[in-house]
Design a protein around this ligand. Sequence first.
Ligand code: PSU
Ligand code: MN
Length: 303
Amino acid sequence: MNPYLDIHPEVAEALKQGKPVVALESTIISHGMPYPQNVQTALEVEEVVRSAGAVPATIAILKGRLKAGLTREEIESLGQKGQAVTKTSRRDLAILIAKGMDGATTVATTMMIAHMAGIRVFATGGIGGVHRGAETTMDISADLQELAQTDVAVVCAGAKAILDLKLTLEYLETHGVPVLGYGTEELPAFYTRTSGLSVDYRVDSPEELAKIMQVRRDLALSGGILITNPIPKAWSMDPEVINAAIHRAIGEAESQGITGKAVTPFLLARVKELTGGDSLESNIVLVKNNARLAAEVAAALCQ
Ligand code: PSU
Ligand code: MN
């Protein structure tokens, strides 16, 4: 057994019995949304996973312990602390354990801990990727490297256009990560259903996704897959409004000299401010939509 990992008893029991489990990340709680909507959303997302017949495992690091599955109180506490909790990517993991610190897990570290726990499906909102201007800043999220090496299926609503989506797809192609569109040929761009870019393949059912995962496992292929699930139509935002906000936020980040791990939280927070409450509502809807699909895929995998 992994001496640093605590699997919540309900999650451990489900895994033991071969029942579906869905991993959920915690940076979206601490750095992705404001309090108290972050806590409310995290709890509702767990409920969506349950209603779809799977057990939720929200992942974080608490006092240096890797946690697969949090209590209500633990989610509440992470949400209240917000950005005071360390945003934890691959490079931070061992240090937080050694120092006994708390950490909110990004897509990268949620994948790592899910994999350690034996959880194969993970739902989030948007992933990190290649930032605009990365050809000079070299700002490429560690999430992409993790998808290249860790065998977990990540369900997301595509990636926010704060990223260079075209370069993000190129990077994933180079590293052998399939990008699948759920019911679509087009890569969704988080707040919008369209990006003008194509996914590698369209898939139309959880069973088909489970089959792909099974074949990859049979072939012992390393790395994960990216399942992109477009935001429901009624909540898709006006591309002009969102793109204007993104342009402005990126300009501000540059002029304020924001770098490193602070870039993504800064852009997310500014885009939210610049679009008013609309973007937050859309964000909440799409995360739940992804949680439902992830639970269905996890259930199909257990058949
Ligand atoms: N993109 C979003 N929402 C998020 C994130 C990214 O639309 O909440 C968070 C995720 O936790 C993701 C992390 O793993 O930001 C990526 O940060 P960075 O770009 O610093 O790797
Ligand atoms: Mn970065």
